[in-house]
Write a protein that binds this ligand. Sequence first.
Ligand SMILES: Nc1nc2c(ncn2[C@@H]2O[C@H](COP(=O)(O)OP(=O)(O)OP(=O)(O)O)[C@@H](O)[C@H]2O)c(=O)[nH]1
Length: 373
Amino acid sequence: MPNTLMPNDPDRFRLWREVQDMRVRTTLGGIFYLIAWLLCWIFSSAPKQLLLPGSLFSLGFAILLVLRLRHRLPTEHDLDGLLRWRWQHWALLLLNSMLWGLATGCTLLLTPLHDSQLIAALSTIAFSTAAIFNFPMQRLPAACAVLLIYLPALVIMLPQASKNAGVLTTLVFFMLYLMLALKRNHKEYHAGVDLQHQLLEQREQLDLLSRTDSLTQLGNRLQFNNLFELQVAQAQRQGSPLALLLLDIDHFKQINDQHGHMAGDQCLCQFADVMRQVFRRQSDILLRLGGEEFGVLMPGIDLEHARQLGEQFRLLLDEHGLEAQAQPLRLTTSLGLGVFDSARDASADAFFSRVDDALYQAKHQGRNRLCLA
Ligand SMILES: Nc1nc2c(ncn2[C@@H]2O[C@H](COP(=O)(O)OP(=O)(O)OP(=O)(O)O)[C@@H](O)[C@H]2O)c(=O)[nH]1
Protein backbone atom coordinates (compact mmCIF):
# COMPACT_ATOMS: atom_id res chain seq x y z
CA MET A 1 0.00 0.00 0.00
CA PRO A 2 1.57 3.31 -0.96
CA ASN A 3 2.28 5.65 1.91
CA THR A 4 0.03 8.34 0.52
CA LEU A 5 -2.98 6.12 1.16
CA MET A 6 -2.14 5.62 4.81
CA PRO A 7 -3.73 7.93 7.34
CA ASN A 8 -1.19 9.90 9.39
CA ASP A 9 -3.20 10.49 12.51
CA PRO A 10 -2.31 7.66 15.00
CA ASP A 11 -5.91 6.75 15.90
CA ARG A 12 -7.01 6.69 12.31
CA PHE A 13 -3.90 4.73 11.34
CA ARG A 14 -4.62 2.14 14.06
CA LEU A 15 -8.20 1.75 12.89
CA TRP A 16 -7.17 1.70 9.23
CA ARG A 17 -4.58 -1.03 9.98
CA GLU A 18 -7.14 -3.10 11.93
CA VAL A 19 -9.63 -2.86 9.13
CA GLN A 20 -7.03 -3.80 6.51
CA ASP A 21 -5.95 -6.81 8.55
CA MET A 22 -9.53 -7.91 9.13
CA ARG A 23 -10.20 -7.66 5.41
CA VAL A 24 -7.16 -9.79 4.52
CA ARG A 25 -7.73 -12.36 7.27
CA THR A 26 -11.43 -12.80 6.60
CA THR A 27 -10.99 -14.07 3.05
CA LEU A 28 -10.05 -17.67 3.96
CA GLY A 29 -12.25 -18.22 7.01
CA GLY A 30 -15.73 -18.30 5.48
CA ILE A 31 -15.09 -21.18 3.10
CA PHE A 32 -13.89 -23.48 5.92
CA TYR A 33 -17.16 -23.12 7.84
CA LEU A 34 -19.02 -24.22 4.72
CA ILE A 35 -16.63 -27.12 4.04
CA ALA A 36 -16.70 -28.28 7.69
CA TRP A 37 -20.48 -28.28 7.70
CA LEU A 38 -20.66 -30.16 4.37
CA LEU A 39 -18.29 -32.78 5.83
CA CYS A 40 -20.52 -33.13 8.91
CA TRP A 41 -23.53 -33.55 6.68
CA ILE A 42 -21.97 -35.93 4.11
CA PHE A 43 -20.35 -38.17 6.77
CA SER A 44 -23.50 -38.34 8.88
CA SER A 45 -25.23 -41.73 9.07
CA ALA A 46 -28.17 -40.53 6.90
CA PRO A 47 -27.36 -37.47 4.73
CA LYS A 48 -30.65 -37.77 2.83
CA GLN A 49 -32.72 -37.54 6.01
CA LEU A 50 -30.88 -34.31 6.85
CA LEU A 51 -31.79 -32.56 3.63
CA LEU A 52 -33.55 -29.63 5.33
CA PRO A 53 -31.03 -28.78 8.11
CA GLY A 54 -28.17 -29.75 5.78
CA SER A 55 -29.22 -27.36 3.04
CA LEU A 56 -30.29 -24.58 5.41
CA PHE A 57 -26.94 -24.53 7.19
CA SER A 58 -25.09 -24.84 3.86
CA LEU A 59 -27.06 -21.90 2.51
CA GLY A 60 -26.39 -19.88 5.67
CA PHE A 61 -22.62 -20.54 5.51
CA ALA A 62 -22.57 -19.83 1.76
CA ILE A 63 -24.38 -16.50 2.21
CA LEU A 64 -22.03 -15.48 5.01
CA LEU A 65 -19.04 -16.51 2.90
CA VAL A 66 -20.21 -14.27 0.05
CA LEU A 67 -21.03 -11.38 2.39
CA ARG A 68 -17.60 -11.62 4.02
CA LEU A 69 -15.86 -11.60 0.66
CA ARG A 70 -17.99 -8.86 -0.81
CA HIS A 71 -17.71 -6.56 2.18
CA ARG A 72 -15.50 -3.97 0.49
CA LEU A 73 -13.41 -1.48 2.41
CA PRO A 74 -14.45 2.16 2.29
CA THR A 75 -12.37 4.11 -0.21
CA GLU A 76 -12.28 7.18 2.04
CA HIS A 77 -10.39 6.92 5.30
CA ASP A 78 -12.79 8.94 7.38
CA LEU A 79 -13.09 7.68 10.92
CA ASP A 80 -16.85 7.07 10.69
CA GLY A 81 -16.59 5.02 7.50
CA LEU A 82 -13.82 2.83 8.95
CA LEU A 83 -15.70 2.36 12.24
CA ARG A 84 -18.88 1.44 10.38
CA TRP A 85 -17.03 -1.12 8.26
CA ARG A 86 -15.39 -2.64 11.34
CA TRP A 87 -18.66 -3.12 13.18
CA GLN A 88 -20.43 -4.45 10.13
CA HIS A 89 -17.64 -6.96 9.63
CA TRP A 90 -17.64 -8.02 13.26
CA ALA A 91 -21.39 -8.58 12.89
CA LEU A 92 -20.73 -10.93 9.97
CA LEU A 93 -18.01 -12.78 11.90
CA LEU A 94 -20.25 -13.12 14.96
CA LEU A 95 -23.11 -14.40 12.82
CA ASN A 96 -20.72 -16.95 11.32
CA SER A 97 -19.61 -18.06 14.78
CA MET A 98 -23.20 -18.30 15.99
CA LEU A 99 -24.23 -20.37 12.96
CA TRP A 100 -21.33 -22.73 13.56
CA GLY A 101 -22.29 -22.98 17.24
CA LEU A 102 -25.83 -23.94 16.20
CA ALA A 103 -24.52 -26.42 13.62
CA THR A 104 -22.38 -28.08 16.32
CA GLY A 105 -25.41 -28.13 18.59
CA CYS A 106 -27.29 -30.01 15.86
CA THR A 107 -24.61 -32.70 15.75
CA LEU A 108 -25.39 -33.31 19.44
CA LEU A 109 -29.18 -33.15 19.06
CA LEU A 110 -29.89 -34.90 15.74
CA THR A 111 -29.17 -38.64 15.89
CA PRO A 112 -28.04 -39.05 12.24
CA LEU A 113 -25.43 -36.38 12.87
CA HIS A 114 -23.90 -38.15 15.89
CA ASP A 115 -21.35 -39.81 13.58
CA SER A 116 -20.09 -36.35 12.66
CA GLN A 117 -19.48 -35.17 16.22
CA LEU A 118 -15.74 -35.65 15.96
CA ILE A 119 -15.61 -33.61 12.74
CA ALA A 120 -17.70 -30.90 14.43
CA ALA A 121 -15.54 -30.94 17.58
CA LEU A 122 -12.27 -30.70 15.66
CA SER A 123 -13.68 -27.90 13.50
CA THR A 124 -14.95 -26.06 16.57
CA ILE A 125 -11.49 -26.13 18.12
CA ALA A 126 -9.95 -24.98 14.83
CA PHE A 127 -12.45 -22.14 14.33
CA SER A 128 -12.23 -20.81 17.87
CA THR A 129 -8.43 -20.93 17.79
CA ALA A 130 -8.40 -19.22 14.39
CA ALA A 131 -10.73 -16.49 15.70
CA ILE A 132 -8.34 -15.74 18.57
CA PHE A 133 -5.25 -15.63 16.38
CA ASN A 134 -6.73 -13.93 13.31
CA PHE A 135 -8.93 -11.33 14.97
CA PRO A 136 -7.23 -10.14 18.15
CA MET A 137 -7.79 -6.48 17.15
CA GLN A 138 -10.69 -6.10 19.57
CA ARG A 139 -10.98 -8.28 22.63
CA LEU A 140 -14.70 -8.14 23.34
CA PRO A 141 -16.05 -9.15 19.92
CA ALA A 142 -13.31 -11.79 19.54
CA ALA A 143 -14.25 -13.26 22.95
CA CYS A 144 -17.93 -13.16 21.93
CA ALA A 145 -17.09 -15.03 18.72
CA VAL A 146 -15.49 -17.84 20.76
CA LEU A 147 -18.42 -17.93 23.18
CA LEU A 148 -20.92 -18.12 20.33
CA ILE A 149 -19.02 -21.03 18.79
CA TYR A 150 -19.14 -23.02 22.06
CA LEU A 151 -22.32 -21.82 23.72
CA PRO A 152 -24.98 -24.01 22.02
CA ALA A 153 -22.93 -27.16 22.65
CA LEU A 154 -22.37 -26.18 26.29
CA VAL A 155 -26.07 -25.43 26.80
CA ILE A 156 -27.03 -28.78 25.29
CA MET A 157 -24.51 -30.69 27.40
CA LEU A 158 -25.21 -28.90 30.69
CA PRO A 159 -28.42 -30.74 31.65
CA GLN A 160 -26.36 -33.94 31.60
CA ALA A 161 -23.38 -32.36 33.26
CA SER A 162 -22.39 -35.45 35.24
CA LYS A 163 -22.38 -37.62 32.11
CA ASN A 164 -20.43 -35.01 30.14
CA ALA A 165 -18.21 -33.87 33.02
CA GLY A 166 -14.94 -34.72 31.23
CA VAL A 167 -15.85 -33.00 27.95
CA LEU A 168 -17.37 -29.98 29.71
CA THR A 169 -14.32 -29.50 31.94
CA THR A 170 -12.02 -29.77 28.93
CA LEU A 171 -14.11 -27.27 26.96
CA VAL A 172 -14.16 -24.74 29.81
CA PHE A 173 -10.44 -25.23 30.33
CA PHE A 174 -9.78 -24.75 26.61
CA MET A 175 -11.95 -21.63 26.51
CA LEU A 176 -9.99 -20.18 29.42
CA TYR A 177 -6.79 -20.90 27.54
CA LEU A 178 -8.22 -19.15 24.46
CA MET A 179 -9.18 -16.08 26.50
CA LEU A 180 -5.67 -15.83 27.92
CA ALA A 181 -4.22 -16.25 24.44
CA LEU A 182 -6.59 -13.55 23.18
CA LYS A 183 -5.37 -11.14 25.88
CA ARG A 184 -1.77 -11.69 24.87
CA ASN A 185 -2.47 -11.60 21.11
CA HIS A 186 -4.45 -8.39 21.52
CA LYS A 187 -1.56 -6.73 23.33
CA GLU A 188 1.01 -7.98 20.82
CA TYR A 189 -1.14 -6.97 17.87
CA HIS A 190 -1.49 -3.38 19.05
CA ALA A 191 2.17 -3.15 20.02
CA GLY A 192 2.97 -4.22 16.44
CA VAL A 193 0.60 -1.64 14.97
CA ASP A 194 2.05 1.13 17.17
CA LEU A 195 5.56 0.13 16.16
CA GLN A 196 4.60 0.18 12.50
CA HIS A 197 3.14 3.66 12.93
CA GLN A 198 6.30 4.88 14.64
CA LEU A 199 8.45 3.43 11.87
CA LEU A 200 6.32 5.05 9.19
CA GLU A 201 6.50 8.40 11.00
CA GLN A 202 10.26 8.11 11.33
CA ARG A 203 10.54 7.19 7.67
CA GLU A 204 8.48 10.24 6.75
CA GLN A 205 10.63 12.46 8.97
CA LEU A 206 13.82 11.08 7.44
CA ASP A 207 12.39 11.54 3.99
CA LEU A 208 11.47 15.14 4.83
CA LEU A 209 14.91 15.75 6.33
CA SER A 210 16.61 14.37 3.25
CA ARG A 211 14.66 16.87 1.15
CA THR A 212 15.19 19.86 3.45
CA ASP A 213 18.19 22.17 3.60
CA SER A 214 19.36 21.97 7.21
CA LEU A 215 20.53 25.61 7.38
CA THR A 216 17.56 27.48 5.90
CA GLN A 217 14.85 24.82 6.23
CA LEU A 218 13.94 25.40 2.57
CA GLY A 219 13.63 22.51 0.16
CA ASN A 220 17.04 21.34 -1.07
CA ARG A 221 18.37 20.27 -4.45
CA LEU A 222 16.96 16.76 -4.02
CA GLN A 223 13.53 18.24 -3.40
CA PHE A 224 13.95 20.35 -6.52
CA ASN A 225 14.98 17.32 -8.57
CA ASN A 226 11.97 15.40 -7.25
CA LEU A 227 9.48 18.16 -7.98
CA PHE A 228 10.69 20.07 -10.99
CA GLU A 229 9.92 17.53 -13.71
CA LEU A 230 6.57 16.71 -12.09
CA GLN A 231 5.62 20.38 -11.98
CA VAL A 232 6.64 20.88 -15.60
CA ALA A 233 4.65 17.79 -16.66
CA GLN A 234 1.63 19.03 -14.71
CA ALA A 235 1.86 22.52 -16.24
CA GLN A 236 2.06 20.94 -19.68
CA ARG A 237 -0.90 18.64 -19.02
CA GLN A 238 -3.12 21.32 -17.51
CA GLY A 239 -1.95 24.12 -19.79
CA SER A 240 -1.36 26.28 -16.70
CA PRO A 241 1.70 28.54 -16.29
CA LEU A 242 4.69 27.53 -14.22
CA ALA A 243 7.20 30.20 -13.25
CA LEU A 244 10.77 29.45 -12.18
CA LEU A 245 12.78 32.15 -10.42
CA LEU A 246 16.48 31.61 -9.75
CA LEU A 247 18.17 33.89 -7.21
CA ASP A 248 21.88 34.19 -6.51
CA ILE A 249 23.32 36.41 -3.79
CA ASP A 250 25.82 38.91 -5.18
CA HIS A 251 29.43 38.76 -4.02
CA PHE A 252 28.58 36.42 -1.22
CA LYS A 253 32.20 35.31 -0.97
CA GLN A 254 33.04 38.80 0.34
CA ILE A 255 30.56 38.42 3.21
CA ASN A 256 32.27 35.24 4.26
CA ASP A 257 35.70 36.76 3.82
CA GLN A 258 34.90 40.00 5.69
CA HIS A 259 32.54 38.80 8.41
CA GLY A 260 33.30 35.13 8.73
CA HIS A 261 31.47 31.93 7.81
CA MET A 262 29.03 32.22 10.73
CA ALA A 263 27.85 35.61 9.54
CA GLY A 264 27.53 34.12 6.05
CA ASP A 265 25.30 31.38 7.46
CA GLN A 266 23.14 33.97 9.23
CA CYS A 267 22.77 35.85 5.95
CA LEU A 268 21.63 32.71 4.16
CA CYS A 269 18.99 32.06 6.86
CA GLN A 270 17.72 35.64 6.72
CA PHE A 271 17.70 35.54 2.94
CA ALA A 272 15.43 32.50 3.20
CA ASP A 273 13.20 34.37 5.69
CA VAL A 274 12.79 37.27 3.26
CA MET A 275 11.89 34.73 0.56
CA ARG A 276 9.16 33.36 2.86
CA GLN A 277 7.83 36.90 3.36
CA VAL A 278 7.54 37.59 -0.36
CA PHE A 279 6.62 34.21 -1.88
CA ARG A 280 3.75 33.39 0.40
CA ARG A 281 1.31 31.36 -1.68
CA GLN A 282 0.77 27.81 -0.45
CA SER A 283 1.72 26.46 -3.84
CA ASP A 284 5.03 28.36 -4.01
CA ILE A 285 7.97 25.98 -3.62
CA LEU A 286 10.97 27.67 -2.00
CA LEU A 287 14.34 26.04 -2.43
CA ARG A 288 18.00 26.43 -1.68
CA LEU A 289 19.62 24.88 -4.72
CA GLY A 290 23.17 25.05 -3.32
CA GLY A 291 25.62 27.51 -1.77
CA GLU A 292 24.15 31.00 -2.26
CA GLU A 293 21.79 29.98 -5.05
CA PHE A 294 18.08 29.78 -4.40
CA GLY A 295 14.97 29.03 -6.44
CA VAL A 296 11.23 29.52 -6.34
CA LEU A 297 8.82 27.39 -8.34
CA MET A 298 5.51 29.16 -8.76
CA PRO A 299 2.78 27.03 -10.31
CA GLY A 300 -0.21 28.90 -11.75
CA ILE A 301 1.57 32.27 -11.96
CA ASP A 302 2.13 34.16 -15.22
CA LEU A 303 5.35 35.92 -16.15
CA GLU A 304 4.22 39.45 -15.20
CA HIS A 305 2.97 38.45 -11.77
CA ALA A 306 6.15 36.44 -11.12
CA ARG A 307 8.27 39.38 -12.31
CA GLN A 308 6.52 41.71 -9.86
CA LEU A 309 7.21 39.29 -7.01
CA GLY A 310 10.84 38.89 -8.07
CA GLU A 311 11.29 42.67 -8.26
CA GLN A 312 9.60 43.11 -4.88
CA PHE A 313 12.08 40.66 -3.39
CA ARG A 314 15.09 42.29 -5.06
CA LEU A 315 14.05 45.79 -3.90
CA LEU A 316 13.29 44.64 -0.37
CA LEU A 317 16.78 43.21 -0.09
CA ASP A 318 18.41 46.15 -1.85
CA GLU A 319 16.70 48.71 0.42
CA HIS A 320 16.90 46.94 3.77
CA GLY A 321 19.80 44.54 3.37
CA LEU A 322 20.25 41.90 6.06
CA GLU A 323 21.81 41.65 9.47
CA ALA A 324 24.80 39.58 10.45
CA GLN A 325 25.99 39.35 14.05
CA ALA A 326 23.80 42.37 14.94
CA GLN A 327 25.46 44.45 12.21
CA PRO A 328 23.40 45.76 9.26
CA LEU A 329 24.76 44.34 6.04
CA ARG A 330 24.22 45.55 2.52
CA LEU A 331 23.33 42.70 0.24
CA THR A 332 21.89 42.40 -3.25
CA THR A 333 20.76 39.58 -5.41
CA SER A 334 20.60 38.75 -9.10
CA LEU A 335 17.58 36.98 -10.49
CA GLY A 336 16.64 34.99 -13.59
CA LEU A 337 13.00 34.38 -14.33
CA GLY A 338 11.05 32.38 -16.88
CA VAL A 339 7.71 30.72 -17.43
CA PHE A 340 7.61 27.26 -18.97
CA ASP A 341 6.80 27.44 -22.67
CA SER A 342 6.40 24.13 -24.47
CA ALA A 343 7.17 25.85 -27.80
CA ARG A 344 10.58 26.93 -26.51
CA ASP A 345 11.42 24.35 -23.89
CA ALA A 346 11.79 20.82 -25.22
CA SER A 347 12.19 19.48 -21.68
CA ALA A 348 12.28 20.48 -18.03
CA ASP A 349 16.09 20.63 -18.29
CA ALA A 350 15.84 23.00 -21.26
CA PHE A 351 13.48 25.23 -19.26
CA PHE A 352 15.92 25.29 -16.32
CA SER A 353 18.85 26.14 -18.61
CA ARG A 354 16.89 29.02 -20.16
CA VAL A 355 16.20 30.54 -16.72
CA ASP A 356 19.76 29.83 -15.59
CA ASP A 357 21.03 31.72 -18.65
CA ALA A 358 18.85 34.69 -17.62
CA LEU A 359 20.42 34.60 -14.17
CA TYR A 360 23.85 34.56 -15.79
CA GLN A 361 22.85 37.61 -17.83
CA ALA A 362 21.73 39.42 -14.65
CA LYS A 363 25.17 38.75 -13.14
CA HIS A 364 26.90 39.72 -16.36
CA GLN A 365 24.96 42.98 -16.72
CA GLY A 366 26.16 44.22 -13.33
CA ARG A 367 24.16 42.24 -10.72
CA ASN A 368 21.27 43.43 -8.49
CA ARG A 369 18.77 43.01 -11.31
CA LEU A 370 16.17 40.63 -12.68
CA CYS A 371 16.51 39.31 -16.22
CA LEU A 372 13.73 37.55 -18.08
CA ALA A 373 14.46 34.30 -19.87
N1 LIG B 1 28.64 30.83 5.05
C1 LIG B 1 28.39 30.02 4.05
N2 LIG B 1 28.98 30.24 2.86
C2 LIG B 1 28.69 29.41 1.84
C3 LIG B 1 27.82 28.33 1.99
N3 LIG B 1 27.73 27.70 0.79
C4 LIG B 1 28.52 28.34 -0.05
N4 LIG B 1 29.12 29.39 0.56
C5 LIG B 1 30.05 30.36 0.00
O1 LIG B 1 29.43 31.12 -1.03
C6 LIG B 1 30.48 31.69 -1.81
C7 LIG B 1 30.06 31.68 -3.25
O2 LIG B 1 31.02 32.35 -3.96
P1 LIG B 1 30.97 32.61 -5.51
O3 LIG B 1 30.45 31.34 -6.19
O4 LIG B 1 32.30 33.10 -5.94
O5 LIG B 1 29.86 33.66 -5.72
P2 LIG B 1 29.75 35.16 -5.18
O6 LIG B 1 30.88 35.52 -4.30
O7 LIG B 1 28.39 35.27 -4.59
O8 LIG B 1 29.84 35.96 -6.49
P3 LIG B 1 28.73 36.17 -7.59
O9 LIG B 1 27.74 35.04 -7.45
O10 LIG B 1 29.46 36.12 -8.87
O11 LIG B 1 28.10 37.48 -7.32
C8 LIG B 1 31.74 30.86 -1.56
O12 LIG B 1 32.65 31.64 -0.84
C9 LIG B 1 31.23 29.71 -0.67
O13 LIG B 1 32.20 29.32 0.29
C10 LIG B 1 27.23 28.13 3.28
O14 LIG B 1 26.45 27.19 3.50
N5 LIG B 1 27.53 28.97 4.27
